[in-house]
Design a protein around this ligand. Structure first.
Ligand code: EZ4
Ligand code: CO
Length: 404
């Protein structure tokens, strides 16, 4: 069925989301997430100016050819903006295919390998006591896996914390211009094992414990961290070093048995090729919306399966419910599924995006609605106009720019 129109919808129900909606000549619509946190309008322009004109008149069922046309056809390859735009097209086309077939996308991908997928939630605290209360609330809700982050003593800001007193989900893109955080590695390396010890002492070992380092350490520091956390049996430490230096992971690997996850900032299979084929990581965190959509992420996951690497896709609140629904469709089908991040979305998002996935006993179930199983309400979206917001930046105590 021919593509008749493609529209980009920008909305801010609690935070900014960009959605591509493709409509075929019989009136079928499909949607894909095109949100790139802090750089949203670059993808909007890429889609509106350089992708939409190329889609009109094409056969919506030629998903593989359209993917290659947009990837090879741009000549300029890879990169977060391009790959997020291609991902949105790809997901929207899978959505259309599913709706036309009357089947959920996971059925089109060959069917479910499991009914629901293990997810992890985000617990945090301004100190360890507050963190422990938050972990308790996740375990009470039935979560079997929890990511923990707490304020590093002596630093006035730490990545990954809920804003105190708001009760709102952690939202890093918090300001019109980037806020400035401070970072001191020795303070963090001292604190991290204390935090994990407190969590295991209070709650035991009968649930999975995760932690995000957010690209801040050198390879040797990461190795030291991994070692110091071994007694607390981590499910993983995430992004221990800046992700683009694939060789750095060899050093970490040589020194610790703590499992390693990386990949939320990767865009293509090429970004993770060495990490996977050299078995330098345990979990690959690439996401549908930043890694070329379902079609490309599936290739990444298949490569990972060959080398015993499992999946653990990024699922922060800045990936929209459309992205999360698409992730679940793929997650239930792959043999090497590991875990799926689920940070949830702020309340107004449920007014704009109608989802079908369901949480039960620590797992998320994608539902059986045709396509991706998520719809956007354009009238509701229009009530929440775009608000420019940036992620923070990070400096060392002497003012040197560091990785956030
Ligand atoms: O900082 O998605 O694992 N989750 C994360 C996120 C990222 C944001 C960046 O936009 O690292 O909190
Ligand atoms: Co992360």
């Amino acid at each position: 069925m021919e593509i008749a129109a493609a529209d980009v919808i920008v909305t801010c129900p609690g935070r900014n989301y960009v959605t591509l909606r493709i409509t075929t000549s019989d009136g079928t619509t499909g949607i894909g997430d095109a949100t790139l946190n802090g750089r949203e309008l670059a993808v909007v322009a890429y889609l509106r100016e350089h992708v939409v004109p190329l889609l009109i008149g094409r056969d919506s069922g030629q998903i593989n050819d359209i993917w290659q046309y947009l990837y090879r056809g741009a000549y300029w390859r890879r990169g977060p903006v391009t790959m997020t735009a291609i991902a949105a097209v790809d997901c929207a086309l899978w959505d259309i295919l599913g709706k036309r077939a009357g089947m959920p996308v996971h059925q089109l991908l060959g069917g479910k390998a499991r009914d629901g997928v293990l997810i992890y939630g985000h617990a945090s605290g301004q100190d360890v006591d507050e963190l422990l209360e938050d972990v308790a609330s996740y375990l009470d809700k039935g979560y079997q896996a929890v990511r923990v982050q707490a304020a590093v003593p002596g630093l006035d800001s730490t990545y990954g914390l809920h804003h105190p007193g708001t009760g709102a989900t952690y939202e890093p893109a918090d300001a019109r211009l980037p806020t400035e955080n401070r970072w001191h590695t020795p303070a963090y390396l001292d604190f991290a094992p204390e935090m994990m010890r407190a969590v295991r002492e209070r709650f035991g070992y009968d649930f999975h414990l995760l932690h995000d380092v957010h690209h801040r350490l050198s390879p040797l520091e990461a190795a030291q961290l991994g070692r110091s956390l071994e007694p607390y049996r981590m499910f993983w430490i995430e992004d221990p070093t800046p992700a683009e230096d694939q060789e750095a992971f060899r050093t970490i690997r040589q020194h610790t048995t703590t499992p390693i996850a990386v990949g939320e900032v990767f865009n293509t299979i090429w970004d993770c090729q060495q990490l996977i084929t050299n078995r330098l990581i345990d979990y690959i965190r690439t996401s549908v919306s930043h890694t070329g959509g379902i079609s490309h992420l599936r290739k990444v996951f298949d490569l990972a399966a060959l080398y015993g690497v499992r999946t653990g896709s990024h699922g922060a609140g800045d990936l929209s419910p459309v992205s999360f629904a698409a992730a679940l469709q793929l997650d239930v089908t792959v043999p090497n599924f590991g875990i799926q991040e689920y940070m949830g979305h702020l309340e107004p998002a449920s007014e704009v995006f109608r989802t079908n996935y369901e949480f039960r006993d620590g797992r998320m179930y994608p539902g059986d609605a045709p396509g991706l199983g998520v719809e956007i309400d354009e009238e509701a979206a229009a009530k929440y106009p775009y608000q420019p917001k940036y992620l923070p930046v990070n400096r060392l105590l002497d003012g040197t720019m560091h990785d956030w």
